[in-house]
Design a protein around this ligand. Structure first.
Ligand code: MG
Length: 261
């Protein structure tokens, strides 16, 4: 009987040792301690529906959110230029833009003369729209380029007449006392493919002059170009972007060192 008791005691001791050896060392979880503003809950929408916090600039009904729209045509839920550019009545700084376009299905012209339009951020920085499907032109002027500054990383164009998407994430340039302190930065996805990756804009995208910045305010309108080609547009919306507010934790006083006796 005594022997069984001793064996039992040994087994219990071994089990205890195994438990202590295998028990994970308690590690305190690290948290930043930063008090972040709670991210707002939104409905992200769907390919056909804008996110709930978006400003819809064109949903197929009319171009009432745009200046110059009396010279454009809206038919069957699609907007097309007839004369002149259109400019959004609202102005935007840092923002996300969604836009769908289709270059003409009947192919006419070549190079810059084929399915040309453009989306101008802040009325001055052009993300080129062009029929670049099997249509050669200078690379920094093809579809998805920042006009005359940077070609698209790849040519992700669909065929003429097919609908294409632009997702644009734009951080507006910052000026202080008439001087540029931070260039504009743009990321563009064409048909879901990154064609501009955090590109630092070099200035206004003029046709007849090198890029250069001209100081302007924190916000500006979006402009869509009429280049004489009946490019179609639908589903245009913008989300204004801003950083969350946050509060850093107060630095902790270091614990006083214990004096050695
Ligand atoms: Mg253009």
């Amino acid at each position: 009987m005594k022997r069984y008791f001793l064996v039992g005691l040994c087994v219990a001791a071994l089990a205890m040792c195994a438990f202590l050896l295998l028990k994970p060392v308690d590690a305190a979880e690290w948290k930043s301690g930063i008090e972040w503003e709670e991210p707002k809950v939104i409905d992200p929408g769907s390919p056909e529906k804008a996110p709930s916090d978006a400003i819809v600039l064109f949903d197929g009904k009319d171009l009432s959110k745009w200046d110059g729209a009396d010279k454009w045509e809206v038919k069957d839920g699609v907007a097309s230029p007839v004369k002149g550019d259109i400019t959004s009545k609202d102005s935007f700084g840092d923002c996300q833009i969604h836009l769908e376009f289709a270059t003409p299905s009947v192919v006419k012209g070549s190079g810059q003369g084929r399915g040309n339009s453009g989306l101008f951020l802040m009325n001055r920085y052009e993300v080129q729209i062009l029929d670049s499907f099997d249509n050669k032109t200078y690379f920094d002027g093809q579809c998805g380029s920042i006009y005359k500054q940077h070609p698209p990383l790849v040519n992700a164009c669909r065929k003429p007449g097919e609908w294409q998407t632009y997702e644009i994430i734009f951080n507006a340039p910052k000026f202080k006392e008439g001087k540029l302190v931070k260039p504009g930065v743009v990321t563009v996805l064409q048909n879901g493919v990154v064609v501009q990756n955090n590109w630092e804009i070099l200035g206004n995208t003029a046709w007849d002059a090198p890029p250069s910045y001209k100081p302007h305010g924190d916000k500006g309108p979006i402009r869509l170009q009429n280049h004489g080609d009946p490019v179609k547009f639908r589903n245009i919306w913008v989300r204004e972007l801003r950083e969350l507010t946050s509060k850093k934790p107060e630095p902790k006083e270091p614990a006083p060192k214990e004096k050695a006796e």
